[in-house]
Design a protein around this ligand. Structure first.
Ligand SMILES: Nc1ncnc2c1ncn2[C@@H]1O[C@H](COP(=O)(O)OP(=O)(O)O)[C@@H](O)[C@H]1O
Ligand SMILES: [Mg+2]
Length: 385
């Protein structure tokens, strides 16, 4: 995604250019609306953010938003705007007005709305796995889900969804190790140049695990987290989304500039934690922070590494039920030997021991995801036709 600025005052234009660059948009300053129309009509420009710091252009802003609303979002930056123009602009669904005094904050908010991956359309469903702390098994569960949801379905032998698993732990991600693939997702390579992201580059970034399962996992090199801007992350997800039915995201446990927006734009969120007392507390904290976001995403709390008694029953089930009352929740047992064997073989547990108790616990998460978010391959193809 890029941004274009059309304005007369060099100071204002420079201020907006700095602002756009700071939120990760490559900036083009254009001399007038004709040049802008040419840019917007050029094939391959992708979605664009248009900033118009010129009150004389509000009428044109409405027209632009109406004409180019599918690929552009038009923002008038001015201290005042005629009420009728404002109404007409907002009614297009592709335009807004922001004021100079608060333009930093307002622009950042707008970009969240504009740049967050689209829910519907022909894109993939996005299921984000959000760990409540490090080491809870978030990455392991993402890998297990990728294999389960892309694999052949038992019922009727229908083939699974086209799935991408996406490791967004740009420092120290472990998804590639978990699935024993070569990590190729070097997003920092295009830092500051999100316009370079296209299908071809996405192809270079992916590692294939199986016929219907692609892995995007960052290589172990030092990445400046500031280089990974919200725009870069969302442009990338937008780019790959049409190729899949389902994108499973492995989020880091630390909050970054784009993590909340990504959760807000997801179709479902799986919040992972562990069954110790402090672990459950962290899980509840994480869930209530997600409740504070404005998101229609369905939520599932997963309590992993839960102890079981000799009969295989969860020993803390009652406490978990009490703490997570009213929420969708699932427990997954601790099985260190099983997980270790899986880790050493570079295959998920559901492949090496599908019928064990841990495998069954894990499959319940896949069932939940299928019920709330997955779109079977057949219907995805049908809607594309
Ligand atoms: N249910 C489980 N039982 C036993 N060990 C587990 C279980 N789930 C995950 N682990 C182990 O916990 C460790 C951390 O898992 P990982 O998926 O890397 O966590 P995170 O991504 O949350 O940091 C790994 O060694 C993994 O094999
Ligand atoms: Mg991890």
């Amino acid at each position: 995604m890029r941004s274009f600025i059309v304005g007369l005052d060099p100071g204002e234009v420079a201020r907006l250019a700095r602002l756009s660059a700071a939120i990760g948009f490559p900036v083009g300053v254009l001399p007038g609306l004709d040049a802008l129309r040419l840019e917007l009509a050029r094939p391959g420009v992708g979605r664009a953010l248009v900033l118009l710091p010129d009150l004389g252009l509000t009428r044109d802003a409405v027209r632009l938003a109406a004409e180019h609303g599918d690929t552009a979002f038009i923002v008038v930056v001015a201290d005042t705007i005629p009420p009728d123009d404002y109404k007409a602009l907002v009614r297009t669904g592709a335009g807004e007005w922001i004021q100079w005094g608060s333009c930093e904050v307002e622009l950042a908010d707008l970009v969240k709305r504009f740049a967050a991956p689209a829910h519907a359309g022909n894109g993939a469903r996005i299921v984000t796995f959000a760990p409540s702390k490090g080491g809870v098994g978030n990455t392991s569960l993402v890998a297990e889900m990728g294999v389960l949801l892309s694999g052949p379905k038992a019922a009727g032998g229908r083939s699974g969804s086209r799935v991408a698993v996406l490791d967004l732990n740009f420092q120290g991600g472990t998804l590639a190790d978990t699935l024993a693939v070569e990590p190729r997702f070097d997003l920092a390579e295009v830092a500051g140049r999100p316009e370079r992201l296209d299908e071809q580059l996405a192809e270079v970034f992916l590692s294939c695990y199986a016929d219907r399962l692609d892995v995007f996992a960052p290589p172990p090199r030092l990445v400046m987290l500031d280089d990974i801007t919200p725009n870069l992350v969302f442009t990338f997800i937008d780019t790959i989304s049409p190729r899949y039915d389902l994108v499973l995201v492995d989020l880091p446990s630390v909050a970054l500039g784009w993590t909340e927006t990504l959760i807000e734009g997801s179709d479902a969120v799986v919040v992972t934690g562990i069954a110790t007392v402090p672990g459950l507390r962290r899980l509840c904290d994480r869930l209530s922070r997600i409740d504070d976001l404005s998101t229609p995403a369905r939520r599932l709390a997963v309590v992993n590494q839960a102890d079981t008694d000799m009969m295989g029953r969860f020993v803390r089930r009652a406490e978990v039920d009490r703490l997570l009352a009213g929420r969708d929740n699932l427990l997954v047992r601790r099985d260190c030997a099983g997980m270790e064997t899986a880790a050493n073989s570079g295959q998920p547990l559901v492949e090496i021991a599908p019928d064990g108790r841990l495998g069954r616990d894990i499959r319940r998460i896949a069932k939940w995801i299928e019920a709330v978010a997955a779109r079977p391959a057949e219907s995805a193809r049908g809607s594309a036709a």
